[in-house]
Ligand binder design. Sequence first.
Ligand SMILES: [Zn+2]
Length: 336
Amino acid sequence: MPLLNRQNTRESDPEWNLQRDRSGLRNPDRNLDPHAAEEILRRVVERKAPGKRTVSAEEGKRGGLMQTCANPQCRTGWMQLWRNRSGPVFEGGWSCSAACTEARVRTALSRENKGRTGTKQPYRHRIPLGLLMLEKGWITESQLRGAVTSQKQNGGRLGGWLVRQQGVSGELVTRALALQWSCPVLPTAGHDPEGLAQLVPRLFVDAFGAVPLRLAAGKVLYLGFEDRLDPVLARAIERMTGLRVECGVVADADFGAAQERALRTKYPSVELVEAVSEETLARAMGRAIEKAGPAEARLVRVHDFLWLRMLRKAEPGAGIFSETGTVEDVIGTVGG
Ligand SMILES: [Zn+2]
């Protein structure tokens, strides 16, 4: 898309600046954000053809009538007005046929997989927990030695051994974890798992030990972890929902109960797909989109999972999440 690469156009474009201001420093890789890119492209296209009645970005998201097929390789040139087909919309664009939907999913899948690194989590250098606590004078050398020995022999978390075996207070361990990750300690009081179940699929709560704790002012999601934050997951949820995600650690004593509550609650329906190749996953996801005919759908990668979320009803301003029942997920993996 050459239009997007013209630096000077971008710099002098007030709408681009608006985008930039809105995403701010929290979103340094905004150039990779397909939603932002499509928005900008749509506005540029609108300006290039004055006098022609085109849809606004908001209308486009809801599947306005004058959209053309969003697949760049589409040969039919169908416009939605002439084609009796209201859905589906994927990443802000309508597609005219099942083949075009699949082509767009394939492009999105390869975009997501390109950003993938070999390791599960980016390596982050942190002061080891035991050393940090020793430096603070919260534990003695012999307590640390005892806990490290037990951890080596039996596995488990160092903090757990410090509490159970060495009589260190759990609160101190939690404080140390928060220092280690430079994050807050999140309270679990007033935790409403039902209200938050639509934001993070159950699979991720289970597999990554991430518990959505609170949605503040409908904008900030507080995501609690036991002892290790997961910035990859947090970023994926931000891209999917448009919310800001703040991560923090939860006191050991509270985490288990909060996670259990979260796992017990009701979630939007999800289809799990184990695909042998990117190609077969694109086909399965394309089919799911065709079947659901969503008013919007998005695709993001979370570690080894590819998460497709479909919003059934168009609800202006509701974003990609809505009340349970209108959201459907497909979560896929590729290869063994
Ligand atoms: Zn098409």
